[in-house]
Design a protein around this ligand. Structure first.
Ligand code: SF4
Length: 175
């Protein structure tokens, strides 16, 4: 039996992230060409166990059948260029397309999709119009830590990342 207290916190952090993303999307609406069915970021990547659990829960509740890999290294949840777990997609998927700031050894590093912001230079970006992900990532890590601690029966080693494409086969593990 999974103790899912940490999931309440996870959803709360995710809601705050979504609100900030919505604001930034408005701010940058003229610079963003991201649109529905753009899937160039949808690769197989690693997610934290708490994110995998949230997705597995959705698959369990909706009785989603096991998906087949079509293209190697493409995310298994991408079907006909649409995300089939859109509501529960991981944090990183929610931020796609926006300018994101990371603090790397006391220096801000900017990450921007090359399809967007093609008519501006670096001076366009400020601390106020970029998404500062470190705080969210820190909160997510903390939440994940609590999830692992409260569910020791899962035997998850701290700092484990789960391949997003493995999640459909882990649904019963997370039940
Ligand atoms: S979870 Fe959805 S948005 Fe994220 S990589 Fe997979 S298909 Fe794309």
């Amino acid at each position: 039996m999974i103790t899912s207290d940490a999931c309440i916190k996870y959803i709360e952090i995710r809601s705050r992230l979504d609100s900030e993303i919505a604001q930034l999307q408005q701010v940058h609406s003229h610079q963003m060409v991201c649109k529905k069915q753009c899937s160039s970021c949808c690769m197989n990547f690693g997610v934290l166990p708490i994110e995998a659990y949230a997705i597995a829960q959705e698959l369990f509740q909706t009785h989603t059948p096991l998906l087949a890999h079509t293209v190697s290294n493409e995310c298994i949840f991408l079907q006909t260029n649409m995300c089939t777990i859109y509501k529960n997609r991981p944090f990183i998927c929610r931020t796609q397309g926006l300018p994101i700031l990371y603090n790397v050894e006391q220096i801000y590093e900017l990450s921007v999709c090359e399809l967007n912001f093609t008519s501006v230079d670096d001076s366009y970006f400020t601390e106020k119009n970029c998404l500062f992900m470190d705080t969210y990532n820190y909160e997510l890590q903390e939440c994940n830590h609590v999830f692992i601690k409260q569910n020791q029966q899962l035997n998850i080693i701290p700092n484990t990342l789960i391949s997003i494409n493995d999640i459909p086969s882990l649904v019963s593990y997370f039940e």
